[in-house]
Structure formats: C-alpha cells, structure tokens
Ligand binder design. Sequence first.
Ligand code: ADP
Length: 428
Amino acid sequence: MNQQISASDKLSENNAILVINCGSSSVKFSLIEPTTGHSKLSGLAECLLTPQASIKINCPTATDVNNQKQVIALNAPYNHQKALSVLVETLQQLNLVKGIVAVGHRIVHGGEHYAQPTLIDNKVKSTIEKLAKLAPLHNPANLIGVNACQQAFANLPQVAIFDTAFHQSMPEKAYLYGLPYSLYQEHGIRRYGFHGTSHYFVAKQAAKSLQKPLSQCNLISAHLGNGCSVTVIKDGKSVDTSLGMTPLEGVMMGTRSGDVDAGIIVHLVEQLGYSIEQVDTLLNKQSGLLGLSTLSNDCRTLETAMLDESHPQSAQAKVALTVFCYRIAKSIASFTASLSHLDAIIFTGGIGENSSWVREQITKQLSLLNIQICPEKNETMRFGTSGNIATDASRACFVIATNEEWVIAEQSAQLLSQMTNNLEVEGK
Ligand code: ADP
C-alpha cells in the first residue's frame, strides 16, 4: 500500500500491522492481525548504540523450528535503523512483508493536539518533535522509530497512536494544576496522563465481561508495572488519571516517587545542595519501590525478600510494598469522586496481572467500596489469565492482561479503513 492510500486498498483478513514501540536504546516490535490480535512475529532489539546490541525475534507461525526463535547478537553498536533492517530481512525470509498494510507507532506524548490515531506526515512529525519538551526522554526516541520505519518501509503508511490520547477527554477540573493559569495557557503546563492505550484496552475487556457497551461502563483501572497509574473511566471515557504532565505524578512506582510535596524539591536544592539534575535522578530513578526498600525496584524480588524473614532487607521490603499498596488504594478511593456509581475495578500491568499479594493488600483497604476478593480466585489469576477475582457479594474486581500492541494494530487498521472509505465516498 502506498502512503497515498487509494480506494482499491481494502484491508483483507490476512493483513497485518507492524507495531513499533521505540525507546532510546531499544525497539519493541510485533506483527499483529488487527481483528484477532494474533501476533505473527514479535521481538525486541535492545542495548542499541552499545557493543552489547542484540535482537530477539519470536515467530510462532514459522514452519521451520529454527526460525521460530532467534536471538541475534549484533556484535556492534547497531542503531535503530540497522536493527530494523535485520527485522525487515527476517520478515522477507519468512514471507511476511507482503501482508503488512501499515506501521503503527506508540508515541508517548501527543499533548492537546492528538486525541485520535493519526497518519504521520511531516507536520505531525514536527508537532511530535515540538512536544518533546514535555516528554524529553520519550518523544525523540519515538521519532527515531518513525524515521527508521519510513526508510525501511517507504511505501507503508505510518500511524501514530498516542499514550496521552485516551485521557484527552478529561475535564478541565481534572487536568488543571493549582498553578497560575498563564502557565497552562502559555506553556501547556497541565495534566495529560499516560498508559492511555492500556487503560482503554482493559476497560474494553471489562465491558465485555460486564456485558455492557463500554459507553455505559464506569470503571477504575490500575496499571501497575514499572510505571504505575490509576485511571477513572466514566461512560467509557477517561475522566481523571494519576499521571500528570510527566510520568512522575500520582502513585508510587518502581523507581519513581509519585506524588511528593513540591516543597521537598526546594528543600533538597536549598538546604541539601542538590542540583536540579540530581533531583531529577532522585525522583525518577532512585525513589519508589527501589528507594524505600533500598533493595530493588522489582516487585518479585521485594515479595521474596519480605516473605523470607532471614533476608537482611525483609522489613524494608515490607515497608516499600506497604506504602506502594496504600498509595494505590488511596488513589482508587479518591477517584470515586468522579463517579455516581462504579461497575468494577481492574488490575493490569506486570504487578497488577501477577502479584496476588499486592492485589490483596490494595483491595483490603477498599472495603468501603464494597470490594472483597476471593483468596482462591486471586491466587489463580496470574501469568496471563484474566477474570473476576471478587466474591459473589462484592463489586466486580477484574485482573486483565493488557495488550497495548493489539490496540495500536486495531486503531491503525481502523484509521486506514476510514481513510479508504472516505476516498470511496469522494469517488477517488
Ligand atoms: P513495564 O512498565 O516496564 O512494562 P511490566 O508491566 O512488565 O513493566 O511490570 C514489571 C513489574 O511486574 C516488575 O516490578 C515485576 O517484578 C512485576 N512482576 C512480574 N511478574 C510478577 C510476579 N509473578 N509477581 C509479582 N510481580 C511481578
């Protein structure tokens, strides 16, 4: 398909979207059938721009066993472009290129510009670049992916799916900070929220389980991974979320502090001699579960240490996990202020999908919301299984394995279909 989409280009059942999530030193990719979410090939290139660069490609559909799983040590400081060329070669070898109709990119920050999937052209690229001042670690890396894919797949449309888009429905009362209004008007300083694609996916799945259209569902979802956020969804739309202008606000995370008294920053600088860079590193990389536990940002490591009383940091691991769970429970409870009724709460992300201990601790503190979980169901709902872990008398409490790649593929395909339909109506 050409970037100039023509009316004859209809999506067929075998078409797939190549989903790209590009970080500063990594590219995550997945070739997905948009209607089923089936992944034909997936993988990760990491440690790019270092001598340890490597690329791992899994292809469950390959008939040749040797082709199903490949880890290719690149043995050179490969960049994103070179890693993508290895991917293209593999796709060609497996005869998978022909079915690809578009590339869908996860773009972290769309500011107030993008609430919908968007076909990437030069104007969109320059807006993403301008928005890098709001997401300096993410948007430039996302653009590297777009540029590399434009070279590697010159004939394919490139679609941007923004992590902030789902939260563009937040009302003013939720997105404004209590700061001088001019900072919002002149500099865009407001709350944007992130993890939108994940919250949208799990909300849609919850609506299916509740057997109601998403547009009639009121939900609170907790995405708990290395980054964590809680979102309240009213009538299917995000009306508030815990992450703000940057992915630092809200609940405590793996290495990020979440909410702190902003006066602490002044104190660190003026009284303790921190530079702004040191404050930035402290809040983003040395805080959260890692900072409080003094052991690890990884929930599994902390749970193991907490349960092993002979572990030297057992008590400290418990402190970190206890604060983590309380802050999430508090965030979930506070978001009921946006709702007149609540259908369900949802847990997702690496911790939300797998840690029965964390789910138990959080829900124990939500009994006023009529949430009680069944210990047996809670214990079995792990490692990719999804379902309701609540008791019969309780409000629903879902564990749902997120699938952001599928949303990116689905929304990219929907945009292409809309565009071809529009062209047909226009008779082009
Ligand atoms: P990211 O935000 O990087 O996508 P993930 O969603 O993969 O992160 O979540 C990573 C977190 O999930 C880590 O803290 C990890 O310890 C936690 N996790 C993964 N599996 C389990 C498990 N079985 N029990 C508890 N925590 C888990």
